[in-house]
Structure formats: structure tokens, C-alpha cells
Design a protein around this ligand. Structure first.
Ligand SMILES: [Mg+2]
Length: 189
């Protein structure tokens, strides 16, 4: 199987660290909770607001360096890889904020000892990437991405996060990487 995997809030726990840094530096960019209200935009890499772009330009590397891999993500991804599945990491992270997103993400994944076949950065419309890459199943915390992928006839599962849990979707959801492993194995039965 070709398995597509998102990075932020799917492979790694982004939201807590982003919140911590908004608390730490937010007051330098705006008053009140304006940045917190734009947290979703920040996490999804769809930055339209100047406050968000300024904040993220200055702190994204510092933030990313402090984000931890989700529990069992490494073990499950490496096991799926070992079992002959192809692991395609697909992220919206781009050079706009990471200087060299491809290199930054590759180094991060190497440091965390995560095995994969291909890393594709700069992907704002991941459903198109999934189609082009012949992905069988995409794992992402972004509900719209998962729904678009399913519309194109592929499979997708929503990785639950603090930012998507209250949103409705007909997509299947998982809470943990162990559930991802079981889900993929059930598909093969
Ligand atoms: Mg994400």
C-alpha cells in the first residue's frame, strides 16, 4: 500500500507547542487573543493574516524544533514500512517559513529515526498530491483534506486533534497511531 502521512498534528504534536509560543511571544504581535483565534490557520500553513505570517516567519523553526513525535508514531510508521508499505510524507510546510522546508523536514525525520520512501513539501492541496502519487490511504488531521481525498476515490482517516475534534465529518477517525496500524491491517483482510 502507498500510505500518505501529514506531519503537523498527525505525525507530531504541534498544537500544544504552537499554543506555548503564542503565549510566549503573541503579545509582541497583537493584542488580546487574536493569534490564538488564528491558531488553525497557523497549524494548517494557510497563512493569510499578516500577524500570523509575521509570527510564523520569526518563530516557526524554534517552534518546530520543540515539537515531539506523537506516541507510537515512529514505531507504527517504521513497522508499516518494514512490512513493505510505501510511506509518503506529505506536508504544506514551505520555504516561505522554513527557509529550506525539504531539508528541514528531512533532517527532522532523520533525527527522529522515522523511515519513509518519499517526502513531499509545499503541498497546500494534498488531495491533488495523493492522486498524483497514487496514494491508497491518507492520514491527516485536516478534515477537508481527508474528505477531498475520499471524493477522489482514495481512502483517508482523520487523526483526531484539539483543533478538529468538534468538527463534523463522515470520515473515519483515529485517536492513536496504534489505531492507525490496526485500521490499515483491517483493510488488508
Ligand atoms: Mg496537519
Amino acid at each position: 500500500m502507498r500510505i500518505g502521512i501529514d506531519i503537523d498534528d498527525t505525525l507530531i504534536d504541534s498544537v500544544q507547542v504552537v499554543r506555548k509560543y503564542i503565549k510566549k511571544y503573541g503579545h509582541l504581535y497583537c493584542k488580546n487573543n487574536e493569534l490564538s483565534d488564528l491558531e488553525g490557520e497557523l497549524l494548517r500553513g494557510k497563512l493569510k493574516n499578516k500577524i500570523v505570517t509575521d509570527f510564523f516567519s520569526n518563530h516557526c523553526i524554534e517552534i518546530s524544533d520543540h515539537i515531539r513525535v506523537k506516541r507510537y508514531a515512529k514505531q507504527v510508521i517504521n513497522k508499516l514500512h518494514e512490512e513493505g508499505n510505501e510511506i509518503i510524507i506529505i506536508t504544506a510546510r514551505s520555504d516561505n517559513y522554513y527557509k529550506n522546508a525539504q531539508e528541514y523536514c528531512a533532517n527532522y525525520l532523520k533525527k527522529k529515526n522515522i523511515h519513509y520512501d518519499k517526502l513531499i513539501t509545499h503541498q497546500t492541496y494534498k488531495y491533488k498530491t495523493c492522486k498524483n502519487e497514487g496514494i491508497d490511504i491518507m492520514i491527516d488531521d485536516a478534515i477537508d483534506t481527508c474528505e477531498d481525498v475520499i471524493k477522489l476515490g482514495m481512502k483517508a482517516i482523520v487523526f483526531n486533534s484539539k483543533t478538529n475534534i468538534n468538527k463534523d465529518t463522515t470520515c473515519d477517525r483515529v485517536n492513536t497511531w496504534v489505531e492507525v496500524y490496526n485500521y490499515i491491517h483491517n483493510l488488508k483482510k
